[in-house]
Structures are given as C-alpha cells and as structure tokens.
Design a protein. Structure first.
Length: 156
C-alpha cells in the first residue's frame, strides 16, 4: 500500500464535518482505547492522531515501536467510517498542522453539536500526537460493505 484509498482521501478532505476518532492497542489482553481529537495523514500511509497526554500515559503501556495499533475514524455527520490497522510509529508533541486540525475539529463540533463542545474542549498543550503506519484499511460504514478490506500493504 503506497497511497491512501480514494475513498479515505475524500473522507478526510470533507470540510465542516466533525470526526470521532478512537485509537486502540493491546498487549495480549483487553485492548486499551482512547479518544482522538484530530487526524493528519501523510503520503506514506501513516497518520498522526492527536490524543490527550494523560491518555498517552496509559496507552504507552500497550505499545512500543512497531507494535500493533488500530484507529477507527467516523464522520459525525453520517457515520461514514474507516478502520486503520497497522504499527505504532512514535509519540511526539503536537505540530503546527495538527494544532490547526485540532482547532478545526473543535469548530466543526461546535457547529454540529454545540452542547457537546464543553466535553471536548482540549487544547494543544493538553495533547500529544501518536503515529500509526497503516498496513490495512477497512470500510466500517454501517451497511453491507462494513468490514470490507479496502487496501493492504504489499509484502516487502
């Protein structure tokens, strides 16, 4: 997999749509999941998901470089959803581009769900970015195609 599926490109390019993001990892037992607040893709089929630093402190017990992680990204407007499965890259401070995306997601949530906004008021200083190298992308939109593999990384 050298690039994102067209449907994922189109999905993440939508404007004025809040995204609901969940990141999960496990060390063989129950997975630990946390809420993501923004997502940024890179051309090499990696994503950087902004999470609360306090959640990272719990998540890091379940990950090390190269360990398995998964992310579910769902549209707050129509439930279009994609699941990314891959490998943990790193945790780093929130970059400028992620900060802009975090602010956009806050604004989109305020536009669609103003009463929910107080529950998701997080700032850049509250967050870190978690990197995921996607190996597989699945459609998860409710309906007959839910769970369908859209794209898989080519064998090295």
């Amino acid at each position: 997999m050298k690039t994102w599926p067209d449907s994922v490109h189109a999905f993440l390019a939508r404007k004025h749509v809040p995204l609901y993001i969940h990141l999960a990892a496990a060390t063989g037992a129950y997975p630990f999941g946390c809420r993501g607040y923004s997502v940024r893709t890179e051309p090499d089929v990696s994503v950087w998901i902004t999470v609360l630093a306090s959640q990272w402190l719990r998540l890091r017990e379940h990950v090390k470089a190269g360990s398995s992680v998964a992310a579910l990204i769902t549209s707050g407007a129509d439930n279009e959803s994609y699941q990314l499965k891959g490998r943990f890259i790193d945790c780093r401070s929130v970059g400028r581009e992620e900060a802009v995306l975090l602010e956009e997601q806050r604004n989109y949530a305020a536009l669609h769900y103003p009463n929910l906004l107080p529950l998701i008021q997080v700032g850049v200083s509250d967050c870190v970015s978690i990197g995921l190298q996607a190996d597989r992308v699945y459609a998860q939109t409710p309906g007959p195609a839910a769970g369908r593999l859209l794209q898989e990384k080519e064998a090295d």
